[in-house]
Design a protein around this ligand. Structure first.
Ligand SMILES: [Zn+2]
Length: 175
């Protein structure tokens, strides 16, 4: 069964868990819980700035931050990076001990600390071409990034009560 990216590269979903036979997004309530949580997080992080850019520029220069294109990590502890900073994340994950945070929401803080402390991938580090990954800890990158409008429409149909019932927490949207 095909695995797909939605919105941002990084997290992969079983196509059948997310889309029905017609290619429409399934109602959130019918998705497996972990899938649903990631979908909702994706919707809330879409259009957010790259966190590495943000650490450099901050809210004062938010316009200088690139929009995040890649998501790694776990819901509520995501690392969102632009294409420029993906190499820094991958270098940190592989070479600077980041892997020990795989599967944990601490991944985000740990990466931020390293990056804010001046951590960077060496010049020319191009790890994206040969990602060796455990799909559960470091999803590799694909190319699809065009289904999110559908997702957003679906989410707009839900009111807050529905989300409460689903156990989805949309209140923590800050990077
Ligand atoms: Zn960036």
């Amino acid at each position: 069964m095909a695995k797909v990216n939605i919105g941002l590269r990084g997290w992969k979903f079983e196509e059948k868990d997310v889309f029905d036979e017609d290619g429409d997004l399934r109602p959130l309530g019918t998705m497996p819980p972990e899938t649903r949580q990631r979908i909702v997080r994706l919707a809330s992080t879409f259009g957010e700035p790259c966190q590495a850019c943000w650490l450099i520029h901050g809210d004062e220069e938010i316009e200088r931050c690139n929009v995040a294109r890649v998501v790694y990590g776990e819901p509520l502890g995501e690392v969102l990076v632009c294409a420029d900073h993906e190499a820094d994340f991958l270098y940190w994950f592989r070479e600077e001990g980041g892997r020990e945070y795989a599967g944990e929401t601490d991944l985000q803080n740990a990466f931020h600390d390293w990056f804010a402390d001046g951590g960077r991938a060496p010049e020319g580090y191009g790890g994206v071409d040969h990602v060796d990954t455990d799909p559960d800890s470091l999803p590799d990158a694909g190319e699809h990034a065009d289904e999110l409008p559908t997702l957003e429409e679906e989410l707009e149909k839900l009111d807050d009560e529905d989300l409460d019932e689903l156990g989805v927490d949309l209140s923590d949207l800050d990077v």
